[in-house]
Ligand binder design. Structure first.
Ligand code: ADP
Ligand code: ZN
Length: 208
């Protein structure tokens, strides 16, 4: 863990889905509770994969109560003045304002633990995660196991009816018919649709 002389810093736990971000966040929160710190746990309301919006659950089944939030302003409003540790899960779904909120909390002496997937299904930076990783004192990038080849997985593979989803789908599609797999760079597939392909070809032809 980060050990500066003063309290107040930002830790980011990032990586692909199934890499153990929620497990790691829960572990850090439990240890802070054992140390008798005043802890508050938040979770983006968009994610309700398991057991409703009031819990953080990891894929291994362990869980902890969390306050649901849908904006960074809500986080700022809900943090109590005497809180010492703030944890936020699924931070990729929050707005850019979360960067300012976690920085202000850290400046006030709060230890902030932020977990979120750093890339969307296309392999592009996800929401405020790049900025959060930049301002953090510590960043841990976790990996899962590629379900295709067994190598380290760094990418979120979106599947629709078992097939790789095209690049032009919406970035956030919670509760839809799609599913996700952890995959390595080589096994990750993001097919271009005809429209995207045509745009690329026009770009190439005109030297863009
Ligand atoms: P995240 O928050 O990053 O999505 P979780 O903490 O919820 O991850 O879940 C991590 C757990 O998921 C692992 O400990 C493991 O038991 C399980 N798991 C399922 N599929 C995979 C995979 N492809 N690679 C690694 N772990 C996996
Ligand atoms: Zn692979």
């Amino acid at each position: 863990m980060y050990h500066g002389a003063q309290d107040g810093w930002v830790e980011v736990v990032s990586g692909v889905m199934f890499s153990g971000k929620s497990e790691e966040l829960l572990r850090r929160v439990r240890r802070a509770m054992i140390a008798r710190k005043r802890v508050q746990v938040f979770k983006s309301q968009l994610d309700d994969r398991y057991g409703g919006v009031f819990r953080i659950s990891s894929h291994d089944g362990s869980e902890l109560e969390a306050q649901p939030v849908s904006t960074s302003v809500q986080v700022a409003e809900l943090v109590r003045p005497d809180c010492q540790v703030v944890a936020i899960d699924e931070a990729q779904f929050l707005d850019e304002g979360v960067v300012r909120v976690v920085n202000d909390l850290a400046d006030r002496g709060v230890r902030v633990i932020v977990a979120g997937t750093d890339m969307d299904f296309r392999g592009e930076p996800f929401g405020p995660m790049p900025q959060l990783m930049a301002v953090a004192e510590r960043v841990d990038k976790l990996h899962a196991i590629c379900v295709v080849c067994g190598d380290l997985a760094t990418r979120n593979q979106r599947l629709i009816d078992g097939e790789p989803a095209p690049a032009e789908g919406p970035t956030i599609q919670v509760g839809g018919a799609e599913s996700y797999e952890a995959r390595c760079r080589r096994c990750h597939q993001v097919p271009l649709t005809t429209r995207h392909q045509t745009e690329l070809e026009i770009g190439e032809a005109s030297g863009i």
